[in-house]
Design a protein around this ligand. Structure first.
Ligand SMILES: Nc1nc2c(c(=O)[nH]1)N[C@H]1C(S)=C(S)[C@@H](COP(=O)(O)O)O[C@H]1N2
Ligand SMILES: [Mo]
Length: 195
């Protein structure tokens, strides 16, 4: 009983297994940073929803703001422990979009064609944010500016930079890395690196 308590505490105060903590914030991108004009920018929630949402940049920045401090774990083994993200809580927007009961999964689409998949349940977690600020500064374009998704309870590849669209779907579909062998769920505490 006592031993178990210690183990639980350890897991809550440390990084996930196999990770090395860094103070730096490396840039991990497949390919080039896309160039996005704010006047051409939009964010959409589409697919299996009652209310499709499409917002331009001016509309997006007028939405109520949220702030989350969370850990970031890349599957290449670095973890950055304290990140202050500011933007819009995704569950606020998903509640408005109102996913249909059969919308069990989502495919995330980005400017620059990157994709990744997540369960709807995972996206509804209250630490999931659409971020345009990081550590009190506007999100740098190499880190996904103007807007990125942040999903702290999944490996970093699920935190899609330059997010453009969330498409709610019925059956789980692999994204860019998932179709190249990365795990469909990607929970760092379970070390779900590869499938
Ligand atoms: N659009 C897009 N999003 C992406 C990636 C990418 O290549 N393209 N790389 C992913 C990976 S593997 C990681 S670890 C994080 C890295 O985020 P960072 O570059 O801000 O550290 O972004 C994720 N999101
Ligand atoms: Mo990564």
């Amino acid at each position: 009983m006592f031993k178990k308590l210690i183990n639980i505490k350890k897991q809550n105060t440390n990084h996930p297994p196999g990770q090395i903590v860094t103070e730096k914030f490396p840039v991990l991108t497949f390919g080039e940073t896309p160039h996005i004009e704010l006047s051409q920018w939009s964010f959409t929630i589409s697919g299996l929803v009652k209310n499709k949402i499409k917002l331009n940049w001016d509309q997006f920045v007028q939405l109520p703001k949220s702030k989350v401090t969370s850990e970031f774990h890349c599957v290449t083994k670095w973890s950055r422990m304290k990140n202050i993200w500011e933007g819009v809580a995704l569950n606020d927007l998903l509640k408005i979009a109102n996913p249909l009961p059969k919308a069990h999964f989502a495919l995330i689409h980005c400017f620059g064609d990157y994709t990744t998949n997540l369960s709807t349940k995972c996206l509804l977690d209250d630490d999931v944010i659409l971020a345009y600020m990081h550590d009190n500064k506007p999100l740098h374009k190499d880190h996904g500016g103007p807007l990125r998704l942040v999903v702290p309870k999944r490996y970093g590849w699920k935190s899609a930079k330059w997010i453009k669209e969330i498409e709610l779907i019925n059956d789980n579909k692999p994204g860019f890395w998932e179709s190249r062998g990365y795990h469909m769920h990607g929970d760092p505490w379970q070390e779900q690196r590869f499938s």
